[in-house]
Design a protein. Structure first.
Length: 289
């Protein structure tokens, strides 16, 4: 029977969610002083584990957090927890907090990092969403306005939550954030691509986005298939004028967007380039399993 299990470094083993207790003095809880990665399995294999671990270390360096757990230790914790769930496939969140200490901002008061591995049954969006696409809106939340380097993935996600709240209030499924220059940055938990003719366009790192692992894989797949990819500045008007739009993330994969701000994207249906890339990505997942 599929289940959820949690590994805690303070216990050294996977436990049921009800037994997964973290101190209220943990800095991840108090301040969002933590880094994390969200992954999935395919055929019981963790997808792009190496790239996710590399980004976890990049994020940790970005906030001056020393991860005392070796990659082999993290891998073993993930493997043991996934097996313990009994899931065919799982979604996985690896979290490293700066640990517990007194209620004080000074990070030197931390008593040492805590590792959490949260493993749940893999739940994908309903098939009809991939078939008809989702609706998004461009929101007013300023990506990168909180003083954090957008290339690091921390537990501080309030701007993304606020963006998604705005989208939901407007009857949309997801939000597109822009930077202070008014350029498209990313989705609330995803990267953004548009299709113009047979060419892909996506914001570059300078737009203030988190460089997604699926984004990186998709660029490689597209280039290998002879689909040109341009990384550069995009503005909201480029989204409205696009033939196709889609979002990418580790769990959802490639999610088509067929409406932006109440207006149809292209024909208002999932486009042929998006469908081709979805097939290529599905093949890549299967090939690696």
């Amino acid at each position: 029977m599929p289940s959820t299990k949690v590994y805690l470094s303070t216990l050294g083993r996977p436990v049921d969610p009800g037994d997964a207790r973290i101190s209220v003095f943990d800095r991840g809880f108090l301040y969002g002083d933590s880094v994390y990665e969200t992954l999935r399995t395919a055929g019981a294999r963790v997808v792009e584990f190496e790239r996710h671990l590399a980004r976890l270390h990049h994020s940790a360096r970005g906030i001056g957090l020393d991860i005392p757990f070796a990659d082999a230790e993290i891998r073993a914790a993930v493997a043991a927890t996934h097996v313990e769930t009994g899931n065919d496939d799982s979604s996985i969140r690896i979290i490293v907090t700066r640990g517990t200490g007194p209620v004080a901002l000074d990070p030197r008061t931390s008593e040492g990092a805590t590792l959490v591995v949260l493993v749940q049954p893999l739940t994908l969006p309903p098939p009809e969403l991939y078939e008809r696409g989702i609706a998004v809106v461009v929101v007013t939340v300023d990506k990168g306005g909180g003083g954090l380097d957008p290339s690091i993935k921390t537990g501080n996600y309030l701007s993304n939550i606020q963006a998604l709240r705005q989208a939901i209030a407007q009857g949309a499924d997801d939000a597109i954030l822009c930077n202070r220059r008014g350029e498209v940055s990313e989705g609330s938990t995803s990267n953004v691509f548009i299709v113009q003719g047979e060419r892909l366009r996506t914001p570059d790192i300078g737009a203030g986005l988190l460089a997604g692992i699926t984004r990186e894989v998709l660029v490689e797949l597209a280039q290998a298939a002879g689909i040109p990819v341009d990384e550069g500045a995009l503005r909201p008007e480029d989204l409205y004028a696009a033939d196709e739009v889609f979002l990418t993330s580790s769990v959802r994969g490639i999610m088509p967007v067929t409406r932006i701000g109440g207006q149809p994207v292209g024909t208002g249906r999932v486009g042929p380039v998006t469908e081709r890339l979805r097939r290529l990505y599905a093949q890549a997942l299967t090939a690696g399993s």
